[in-house]
Write a protein that binds this ligand. Structure first.
Ligand code: GLV
Ligand code: MN
Ligand code: MN
Ligand code: MN
Length: 415
């Protein structure tokens, strides 16, 4: 295989600009939520770039899109590179797209240099990593790893009312020339480059993080049912107000969970009162909880606390309570051998690095069930992500792609 090949930084940076234009927001971010027209446009652009270079395309029932650069032995399972093209509603230009375009850059660099790899190298754009339009997140990679697309996911509804099954079908139809392959396939190894989405690498002045593992995530949807009544005429003793229960429960949880455990994360990203009238006690209040922790045991404890506190406050306000599990991702660790390979490859390329735990979840979590997997992080400005202001310095985009290329070559040699 090749020595001394290097990525084309200019090409990578101009591609990042091109994809950022799809779903661009006035404040410099991107709104390209999963399975929307913007997502379909980005998939079509990726497919056409792959086709131009002669890579073989395929998609599966979860609308995961694969670009394959063939290797010397076509029967060996491929080395897979991947990330996602969908974004948060007010997302940034790099969360997901950097990993896809750096992966494409690796395939193209191999192609430019005419490198023959012993096995195929593939790039995949996973569907709906973010999970903010349709829960759970990392849907495409999870379906690929489990080789099934659960019926309940197809019935999931977006806040805009769209049904996931319909959006998926439309997305698959939008690329009529890309053949449909079965869900799941053998994979030799999986690599993903992503932005850190936190402040550590920037603070320490390091271009690369070698991700040792991913903390656990659990999403709950809490519904409190009361009775709608007149805001002006209903005395306290007559109220069954789900907003009183919701605010009391959330205040108690926020005062308890994170202040007592610096590793714990608790976020309420969505809350809705129905019918939503200024002068009516709501009939129903629904909110989501995003819980994170590196320890499975602590995540279970946080989940149990949420249920206990919500039950107590629901009872106090004489309201009904329903808690639904939307997403459950156990903490995971990447194999030591993969970490050592990546560290050596990055160090040899002159890229200083450190190990780091991911606070965000990623598709690699599910690929790790199928094959030795690894993630690399780049720094981002002020640790900001899931925000239109998200920014990665151009030199760190290029060093991230370089790290991905060098790790790809090292992993290919090790297989
Ligand atoms: C997904 O991007 C997450 O970690 O929330
Ligand atoms: Mn991401
Ligand atoms: Mn994200
Ligand atoms: Mn993520």
């Amino acid at each position: 295989m090749a020595q001394d090949i290097s990525v084309d930084g200019g090409r990578l940076l101009s591609r990042l600009d091109r994809f950022a234009a799809i779903g661009a927001t006035p404040r410099g971010g991107v709104n390209r939520q999963a399975l929307t027209s913007g997502d379909r446009e980005a998939r079509a652009l990726l497919a056409s770039l792959g086709r131009e270079r002669g890579f073989a395309l395929r998609q599966d029932a979860a609308a995961n899109l694969f670009l394959r650069r063939e290797g010397a032995n076509a029967s060996l399972p491929p080395l897979l590179l991947g990330s996602h093209l969908d974004t948060q509603p007010t997302g940034g230009r790099f969360d997901g797209a950097l990993g896809i375009l750096a992966g494409l850059e690796v395939l193209e660099t191999l192609e430019d240099a005419g490198v023959s790899t012993p096995r195929a190298v593939e790039l995949v754009a996973w569907t709906n990593e973010e999970g903010s339009r349709f829960a759970p997140g990392a849907m495409g990679s999870r379906a690929f790893a489990d080789e099934t697309l659960p019926e309940s996911w197809l019935e999931a509804r977006a806040p805009d009312g769209a049904r996931l099954g319909d959006e998926l079908a439309q997305t698959l139809r939008a690329l009529p020339d890309v053949p449909l392959a079965p869900l799941g396939a053998r994979v030799a190894s999986y690599l993903e480059l992503h932005i850190e989405q936190g402040p550590i690498l920037e603070r320490e002045g390091l271009p690369i993080g070698v991700v040792s593992g991913i903390q656990g995530t659990r999403w709950l949807e809490v519904t409190l049912e009361g009775a709608s009544a007149h805001a002006g005429t209903t005395p306290l003793a007559f109220r069954r107000d789900p907003m009183m229960a919701a605010t009391a429960a959330l205040a108690a949880l926020q005062a308890d969970v994170m202040p007592r455990d610096s590793d714990a994360r608790l976020t309420v990203g969505r809350i809705k009162a129905e019918p939503g009238s200024i002068n009516a006690i709501p009939e129903r209040v629904r909110f989501t909880l995003d819980l994170r922790h590196p320890s499975q045991e602590r995540l279970d404890e946080m989940d149990a606390l949420v249920r206990t506190v919500c039950e107590r406050e629901a009872e106090r306000a004489r309201c009904g309570l329903h808690v639904r599990l939307l997403n459950d991702m156990a903490p995971s660790a990447f194999p030591e051998a993969m970490l050592a390979l990546a560290e050596a490859a990055c160090t040899k390329a002159g890229l200083a690095n450190r190990r780091i735990v991911s606070g965000a979840f990623h598709d690699a979590l599910f690929l790790a069930r199928k094959a030795p997997a690894l993630m690399l992080f780049t720094p981002c400005r002020d640790g900001i992500s899931h925000n239109e202001a998200e920014h990665v310095e151009p030199r760190f985009c290029v060093s991230g792609a370089t790290a991905l290329l060098e790790t790809t070559l090292a992993v290919l040699c090790s297989l």
